[in-house]
Design a protein around this ligand. Sequence first.
Ligand SMILES: *[C@@H]1O[C@H](CO)[C@@H](O)[C@H](O)[C@H]1NC(C)=O
Length: 234
Amino acid sequence: MSKYFFSVTINMYFLALLLSAASGATCPLWSCSTSLATGVCVEYQDSSTYLVNYNGCPSSAPYCNYESVLSWIPNAFSGYTWSCETTNTTDYWTVPSSSNYLACKPKYYNKNLASGSHPKECSTIGSTDSNCILKDGSYSECKCGLNGKAYCVPEPSSEAFSDYWTQCCTINCGHMDTFKHYLYWYLKMEYYVEYISGYSCTKIFTQFSDIDNLDYVGDGAIGLLMGLGAVILL
Ligand SMILES: *[C@@H]1O[C@H](CO)[C@@H](O)[C@H](O)[C@H]1NC(C)=O
């Protein structure tokens, strides 16, 4: 075995180590494509890449429900497409039946990350990643974002939602003003990781455009929100 071969092998070994340390989680990339047919919302390329229509949905079929796409993906094969929908099938617009749904959530102490701040990357999907340990010693979830990376899910009581606590406790004295205010925070908390990690084309999903449309705090641009990144030209 030549010295050269040996050194290349060693370098590849370290490269592999580096790569595995940097990207422990295997999260698919929701990439923007400018060449999908009009009316296509998402095209499944392979298990690591989903193409999202950079041109959005047409006005004749303006909706694309992120949850519907998520449940379609396990049955998709390369080249399969999910079409933009003519009706808005998001179900969170139903006003909750409980009489006190506008009341603020209970606020717990020590729900910030033990180290660092949101958005914070993690590598093991689930609730065992030490990157996501909170000040109180519990683990928050590590969840895939839309950019191929995973992030710790912030707890409702964490500093990631400081605007919620300002709205709730200072301005509104313990409750949200209206259903739409409630809904805005519901979506922000539910989809924090996806929302902050998506490229601009992922606003094609009704859930994320609703967050922008409902934004009454003006903090819609928090986080990473990566402009026009990751456009794939096919
Ligand atoms: C979905 O439907 C609700 C209720 O009709 C509406 O207020 C909301 O704006 C719709 N979402 C989009 C993206 O049009």
